[in-house]
Design a protein around this ligand. Structure first.
Ligand SMILES: [Zn+2]
Length: 129
């Protein structure tokens, strides 16, 4: 009696990949003292974007930016492109563009952090005298 051990690999990994839930950090100063402002919350300014504010360096970092189709045409935003926050002089990689609703697009962005940080850079950890 041959039993074909049909082990249909149960491929149900509990984690659906991607990022695990970890604390957010400020991409600029690596501080964990940040506050996430989620899109959808109706704040004092009727926030449509999602961003993180840092209590240490006071910078604001977008995660999701909401734009209407007119903005999209003017800005020529697309995945792989660059979003420029002229007011704060920061640049972002647009990782994804998602259309929601009839006249709204969400830009998923990642800040472009210049590696102008020679102090923390590299693996200079070792060296106990
Ligand atoms: Zn910071």
């Amino acid at each position: 009696m041959v039993e074909s051990n049909a082990n249909r690999g149960r491929d149900s990994r509990g984690n659906s990949g991607g990022e695990t839930v970890r604390e957010r950090r400020c991409p600029w100063c690596q501080s964990r003292d940040v506050r996430l402002v989620q899109r959808g919350f109706t704040g004092p300014t009727d926030e449509r974007d999602q961003y993180v504010t840092c209590n240490t360096c006071k910078r604001l970092t977008y995660e999701i930016i909401s734009r209407n189709s007119r903005d999209m045409r003017l800005g020529q935003y697309r995945a792989g492109g660059t979003y420029r926050d002229t007011r704060r002089q920061t640049k972002y990689d647009i990782t994804r563009v998602l259309k929601v609703g009839s006249n709204e697009y969400l830009l998923y962005v990642k800040p472009i952090v210049r590696s102008a940080d020679p102090i923390h850079g590299g693996s200079m950890r070792r060296g106990r005298y």
